[in-house]
Write a protein that binds this ligand. Structure first.
Ligand SMILES: Cc1cc2nc3c(=O)[nH]c(=O)nc-3n(C[C@H](O)[C@H](O)[C@H](O)COP(=O)(O)OP(=O)(O)OC[C@H]3O[C@@H](n4cnc5c(N)ncnc54)[C@H](O)[C@@H]3O)c2cc1C
Ligand SMILES: NC(=O)c1ccc[n+]([C@@H]2O[C@H](COP(=O)([O-])OP(=O)(O)OC[C@H]3O[C@@H](n4cnc5c(N)ncnc54)[C@H](O)[C@@H]3O)[C@@H](O)[C@H]2O)c1
Length: 486
């Protein structure tokens, strides 16, 4: 029996859409199977877009409250939580409607059903009306996303908690909130609620928040949180949770001392897990390590015609990576199905970024200092504080710094970290430079308009360029080595 499709994509989020669009553009007969009631995927429906809409509201509220520093008198400000939520839902609906159009007019067949593997070439489709069918394809891209990890304490399920899905259904602000976790979800929501006047305490298992960032960057945000009245409990182990009346209680141990925290609500943000449930992966024969499938740089799983992408692949759960992985998986699946063979496209994680949209924003790009240290790779590092930068002083946004990492011989830029104003925008100049293997000197010599925030990048670049110029150069071995004996 001939397969019906060349490429079948499971999941219609950022990764699945990118995969289907890419495969279809290559001329492959492509299907995209999406099982959710609402089209849009995590980023649009409950991830990037609603959180950034909420943070924009709390950022503006904070700006107004600080207006007196600029000589402006304001009336007392009141946060209208239902109105903030209504704006967020309206924006999400608009983004979702656009995505719906793209999914239905994308040159591939959109199938609204839940897929689960019967064998490595077939999936069973279960439609919302109870109908069932079978879909066959030469190749598959699994882009089923991730789900919120189970709560670390079983009692939490009994007493109830909010998470990044259920928070979007709330209509009233709690008086007090305990946020569990110290990753991007935890810190973005902690600041959103804290700025709207909710008493927030954040409980993180590790020694620092934002564990994938260098600790000097994470410290800037920790300090900002403390100054804004958010209480931090790092190195904390959860012991138990319970309820008394309307209050929720949480016991934790920190440095040997037991603390009991009481709050009106608890927000769970302790991570996400690839969404394997319901896919019946054993029938596909895919090898998994821990909770994610094993994939190579071509986004190929252990079964050669099955590819994976996005959060499901469990590598870096952010959208630009989901899209790139989707494109790589979609192209390679189409190549295989159409018999085009090599060259298969490969992922390149050199320019991976992570950005947290708090205030100050925190961004990392490419190599981190921690990773360089761990691998023993020699790097030059230079920092420059926003407190010494003219435009940051004008803006009254002096918290934080920029840092650059460069290879010591030529000063080629390898990575960057920014904690400070507009970090999410500033980092993109560095993406462009890293993509063309530019050196610190190239950056230092680029003209920058004055006064701008971007100028700050030239200062650590200048420092690195000077250090490279001053250091004795170890020349690479000559391609025609002289014979050791004349
Ligand atoms: C609160 C929050 C904020 C975030 N903010 C940002 C941000 O600012 N920037 C950023 O880069 N990233 C952010 N992220 C991460 C980002 O949202 C994800 O990395 C990205 O959306 C993952 O895309 P995906 O396509 O892999 O998964 P998804 O978008 O989750 O898509 C998977 C799809 O597969 C479908 N599916 C699953 N199983 C089946 C099945 N068996 N059959 C059929 N369909 C199935 C699901 O219904 C879903 O629609 C945030 C995440 C969260 C939780
Ligand atoms: N701005 C953004 O790009 C953005 C925003 C939100 C989410 N995301 C992505 O979504 C994914 C999920 O984010 P997340 O923040 O939920 O997960 P995460 O894995 O990034 O962070 C979870 C944190 O919770 C902590 N933790 C785990 N168990 C704990 C426990 N028992 N007690 C206390 N702390 C505990 C971990 O140490 C970790 O720091 C991430 O990969 C992230 O990149 C991105």
């Amino acid at each position: 029996m001939e397969p019906l499709f060349d490429v079948a994509v499971i999941g219609g989020g950022s990764a699945g859409f990118a995969a289907a669009r890419t495969a279809a553009a290559m001329g492959a007969r492509t299907a995209l199977v999406e099982g959710a009631e609402r089209l849009g995927g995590l980023c649009i429906l409950a991830g990037c877009m609603p959180t950034k809409a909420l943070l924009e509201a709390s950022r503006r509220w904070h700006t107004i409250r600080e207006a007196d520093q600029f000589g402006l008198q304001t009336q007392p400000v009141r946060a209208d939580f239902p109105a903030i939520m209504a704006r967020t839902h309206r924006l999400v609906s608009e983004f979702a409607a656009d995505r719906q159009k793209e999914l239905t007019q994308g040159g591939f067949q959109l199938i609204r059903a839940h897929a689960s593997f019967l064998d490595p070439h077939q999936v069973a489709l279960a439609y919302p009306d109870g109908q069932k069918s079978i879909l066959r394809a030469k190749t598959f891209v699994i882009a089923a996303g991730s789900r919120i990890s189970h709560p670390p304490l079983p009692e939490l399920a009994e007493i109830g908690f909010w998470d990044s899905n259920t928070v979007l259904r709330q209509t009233e602000l709690p008086q007090s909130l305990i946020v569990l976790g110290g990753g991007p979800v935890a810190v973005e929501y902690a600041q959103f609620f804290g700025r709207l006047g909710v008493g927030v305490r954040l409980v993180q298992r590790g020694p620092r928040i934002l564990k994938r960032f260098d600790s000097d960057l994470a410290l800037v945000l920790e300090e900002a949180f403390r100054d804004e009245g958010i209480e931090l409990f790092t190195n904390a182990s959860l012991v138990s949770a319970g309820r008394s009346g309307k209050e929720k209680r949480l016991r934790l141990v920190q440095h040997g001392a037991v603390h009991e925290l009481v709050a009106e609500e608890i927000f769970l943000a302790t991570g996400r897990t690839p969404a394997r449930e319901g896919l019946h992966l054993p029938a596909a024969g895919i090898e998994c390590r821990e909770k994610a499938p094993v994939v190579d740089l071509q986004m190929r799983t252990s079964v050669p015609h099955l590819f994976a992408a996005g959060d499901f692949a469990g590598i870096e759960e952010v959208v630009h990576i989901a899209v790139l992985q989707g494109e790589v998986a979609g192209e390679n699946a189409a190549r295989l199905a159409l018999g085009r063979g090599a060259p298969f496209r490969q992922m390149d994680y050199r320019l991976t970024m992570e950005i947290v949209f708090t205030e100050p924003e925190v961004a990392r790009l490419g190599l981190t200092e921690a990773a360089a240290h761990q691998s023993g790779r020699p790097v030059l590092v230079a920092r420059y504080p926003f407190a010494d930068h003219g435009k940051a002083l004008l803006k009254g946004a002096t918290r934080g710094f920029v840092k650059l990492l460069a290879e010591p011989q030529r000063g080629e830029l390898l990575g960057a970290g920014i904690a400070g104003p507009e970090a999410s925008e500033l980092i993109h100049e560095l993406v462009a430079l890293l993509s063309v293997h530019a050196t610190a000197e190239d950056l230092y010599r680029l003209p920058h308009y004055h006064p701008t925030l971007s100028e700050i990048l030239t200062y650590p670049a200048e420092e690195i360029a000077r250090r490279v110029a001053a250091s004795p150069q170890i020349l690479p071995p000559s391609p025609h080595p002289r014979p050791s004996t004349p």
